[in-house]
Design a protein around this ligand. Sequence first.
Ligand code: ACO
Length: 182
Amino acid sequence: ITIRQATIEDLEGMQNANLTNLPENYTMKYYLYHLLSWPQASFVATTTDPELSHQDKPSIHYVKQDMQYTGRGEKIVGYVLGKMDDDPDAEDKTPHGHVTSLSVMRTYRRMGLADKLMRQCLYSLCETYQAKYVSLHVRKSNRAALHLYRDTLKFEVLSIEKSYYQDKEDAYYMKKDLVLSE
Ligand code: ACO
């Protein structure tokens, strides 16, 4: 499994993974907006189709067993979609990043992929885009994600946003300070 920066070619596979894994979905325009505005803030975890390893890679996207393959013959098994906060009305003018969405396909979970995707994203938001901190929202009931953010990555809960989600579930609004490496 490879973790690398996401490209425009990956967006279909990322959207497919998002639709499979989460009820919060976005338009292709919004994915594109992330990559065009902050090309180094989003990452994918991919594997290659073993049947293609000794052949030429196809140059078009294709679907096999419900998995979306990119033009490179890779399938997207996880992604993180990151951005800088660009809300002109935001109270806090400190440059900071935001994790819009993270997910890993079910059969590839508990292998450390989300942890690695998040660390790449946080590093890039800090080093490339000078984010001083990064924020995100997560459902109160999402134990796996909460464990990752709070215990593994040391995010802190800043507030509870009541009925944040469409089905009225509350969100934890979480934040982690970022420091530039030497
Ligand atoms: N229950 C408890 N802890 C868990 C679980 C679980 N189900 N899954 C992972 N963890 C822990 C791991 O043990 C590990 O902890 P450790 O550092 O103490 O060893 C840590 O979380 C990270 O584990 P990873 O293997 O890196 O996580 P994984 O690749 O399985 O992905 C994720 C975690 C992204 C939450 C995955 O379960 C998923 O895709 N869920 C559905 C989508 C989702 O909820 N996304 C997050 C929404 S919030 C947002 O997008 C901003």
